[in-house]
Write a protein that binds this ligand. Structure first.
Ligand SMILES: *[C@@H]1O[C@H](CO)[C@@H](O)[C@H](O)[C@H]1NC(C)=O
Length: 147
């Protein structure tokens, strides 16, 4: 009887603890980002429909257990925007989007716990959004403005 019970416990826990499925909010934010960037082929494994960023090793994405901790899409010739769900990425500490064409405004809603943020050469103009001053974990910020 106890053996049967253990077996069921194992089955219930297996998907999260063994395979490390990505946190649903993190996965959703990345799918929305992919769409915002016009679903570029150079982002191998990425998809706007299903998929699992941490398990499938989406290009430029690093995870710790089920959370996305690092995104580096530097210099991949991307254009568009990063989507409207960046604030869900609460475990993201390192974001490097440098040298892509991300439009003209630095997004206001950024991942809140970033330590390193690189927006150099992204085509932004204007000033830094106030929200950046509220990111208390930020240690490194690189950004260039074309105006
Ligand atoms: C991101 O990737 C580029 C190109 O591979 C590399 O030069 C850069 O150092 C990386 N950035 C970070 C923050 O690791």
């Amino acid at each position: 009887m106890r053996r049967v019970l253990l077996f069921f416990v194992f089955l219930v826990l297996a998907p999260t603890s063994i395979y490390g499925d990505t946190d649903p909010s993190d996965a959703s934010a990345l799918r929305v980002m992919y769409q915002g960037l016009h679903s570029p082929g150079q982002l191998t494994k990425w998809t706007s429909n299903g998929g699992d960023p941490c398990v499938e090793n989406w290009k430029g994405v690093k995870c710790s257990s089920s959370r996305v901790t690092e995104i580096n899409l530097s210099g991949l010739g991307l254009s568009g925007d990063m989507g409207y769900q960046l604030t869900s990425l609460t475990s993201l500490t390192n974001l490097d989007m440098s040298n892509n064409n991300l439009g003209n405004q630095i997004p206001y809603n950024l991942p809140p716990n970033l330590q390193r943020l690189n927006f150099a050469g992204c085509g932004f103009s204007g000033s830094l959004p106030y929200s950046i001053s509220l990111m208390t974990s930020l240690k490194y910020l690189q950004v260039t403005s074309i105006t």
